[in-house]
Design a protein around this ligand. Structure first.
Ligand code: ADP
Length: 472
């Protein structure tokens, strides 16, 4: 009897594996779909699930910036204020002071004034600590780059209107309003002489920092709690904004790729279940297959199914296994990367997080397989998304586009990647690299460099403020 039950569990695994299959053919279809959707999103507003938001950032920091600038980073669980001193030659960040603190929970659902007064006050305290350090000539207005990682419809580089709150924020009176104006009014209320000279999304901040260090950077990708990407597009390809003129001929576009969808994505019943139980149904489909917020939950749903089909996790149902989001993605990573012969870490996590009593080695191996399938699919889809961007800008080696090749050799292309999932999960990075190699071929893949960046989006915003400053 028990043998037949094990057979059922193996059946669940096989079926799940097949549902998650990301053959090279399928990945190529995802690449094409991404490039096509990007094009559609640039053709007209609402032309695609991809918003393709204009950022009005037309030039990126290049290392020549000088002076002292400030950054502010709001968008996740933490809030950061920071100051950078720039020396004026490439990659010379002379100093960088950062203060990180959690956002008080009550502010997430409080009033608009409360939130922005909190931010302005923290900033003021940060600056008062400078004391007599003389970081700026007396009477000069300080310049600030503001990383605000929520979808905004940008009016200029330094102002934009909030489209919607995400990530647990829900504050009345902000949606539809100009975020920069809210912050500047709050700064005035607390008596702070400071000007917002760049308002950017976290992907754009990451792109700016990477470009400061390496001018071949053309795109930035975030793979953390959520996922998103931005890249540099030619203005003449931004059809929905006719007559857009910039000095560089280019502009950074925030793809908002978490909402990407294509019938070629390998969707399983577990993905459908996850979507059904989520507060944002039918939204952020790509993100729900890739990002840290969801991978643990997909694994949990598969294990739940296995527990229904058998007694491999014990006779009595494990209470935590049934609780949504009880298995977090860092635990999936830890189980996946457990290299002890008896999979001790897997056993520990099953016990502690899911309250599954000591599971035999065979069962632990099975759990590792599930983690592998979920993470591998995520990494390979993220890889396909990245190659989709490269294809859109003619850097995928397929030729025929300006800038694609010179003298038959593919041009060096740098993509900045940031986020806890990518930075903290080596197997994820390996799968992503491997898939990029498979899709592009090793020759072209060698010209694509991933530049890992940590907590760089706030610094990037300060660098953007610097590059736009009349002082530079
Ligand atoms: P955020 O995206 O919230 O701004 P991060 O970029 O630091 O912040 O990403 C944090 C997310 O990354 C966590 O929610 C978690 O899902 C994931 N994560 C963090 N560390 C790891 C790890 N070691 N392995 C896998 N995922 C991780």
């Amino acid at each position: 009897k028990s043998r037949r039950r094990w057979g059922r569990v193996v059946g669940v695994l096989r079926e799940f594996e097949q549902g998650c299959a990301t053959s090279i053919g399928r990945l190529r279809q995802v690449v094409d779909a991404m490039a096509v959707e990007m094009h559609a999103g640039l053709a007209s507003d609402g032309g695609s699930k991809l918003k393709m938001l204009l950022t009005f950032v037309d030039t990126l920091p290049n290392g020549s910036e000088k002076g002292t600038f400030y950054g502010l980073d709001l968008g996740g669980t933490n809030f950061r204020v920071l100051r950078v001193q720039l020396g004026g030659s490439r990659s010379s960040i002379l100093g960088c002071q950062v203060e990180t603190q959690p956002i008080p929970q009550h502010l997430l659902t409080g009033s608009n004034e409360e939130l922005f007064d909190f931010i302005a006050t923290r900033l003021k305290i940060f600056i008062e600590k400078e004391g007599n350090e003389d970081v700026l000539p007396l009477g000069r207005t300080r310049e600030l780059g503001f990383t605000f990682s929520f979808p905004i419809r940008q009016i200029s580089v330094s102002s934009g209107v909030l489209i919607k709150w995400t990530k647990g924020f829900s504050i009345e009176g902000t949606v539809g309003g100009d975020v920069t104006q809210f912050l500047e009014e709050a700064m005035a209320r607390v008596g702070l002489d400071m000007k917002v000279s760049a308002l950017v999304n976290d992907t754009v901040g990451t792109l700016a920092l990477s470009h400061y260090h390496d001018e071949d950077t053309i795109a930035a990708v975030i793979i953390g709690t959520g996922t998103n990407a931005c890249y540099v597009e030619r203005t003449d390809a931004i059809i929905k904004c006719q007559g857009l003129l910039t000095n560089s001929g280019g502009m950074v576009v925030n793809i908002e790729w978490g909402n990407f969808w294509s019938s070629h994505l390998p969707r399983t019943p577990y993905d459908v279940a996850l979507d059904d139980e989520s507060p944002n149904r039918n939204d952020q489909g790509f993100e729900k297959m890739i990002s840290g917020m969801y991978l643990g939950e997909i694994v949990r749903l598969v294990l739940c199914r296995m527990a229904q089909e058998s007694d491999i996790f014990g006779d009595a149902p494990a209470p935590s296994l049934a609780a949504p989001f009880s298995l977090r993605t860092p635990m999936v990573a830890a189980m996946h990367e457990d290299d002890s012969p008896d999979l001790r870490e897997v056993g520990r996590i099953l016990e502690e997080a899911l309250q599954i009593p000591v599971a035999p080695l065979k069962t632990r191996r099975l759990v590792v397989r599930v983690c592998d399938v979920v993470s591998r699919r995520a990494a390979r889809l993220a890889a396909a998304g990245i190659v989709g961007i490269l294809k859109k800008v003619g850097r995928d080696g397929s030729g025929g586009f300006a800038g694609g090749r010179s003298k038959g050799k593919p041009r060096r292309t740098v993509v900045a990647i940031e986020g806890g999932l990518y930075a903290g999960y080596a197997m994820f990075r390996e799968y992503l690299d491997e898939a990029v190699g498979e899709i592009l071929g090793e020759d072209v893949a060698q010209s694509v460099v991933f530049r890992i960046s940590e907590d760089g989006s706030g610094v990037g915003a300060a660098l953007l403020a610097a590059s736009r400053s009349p002082e530079n």
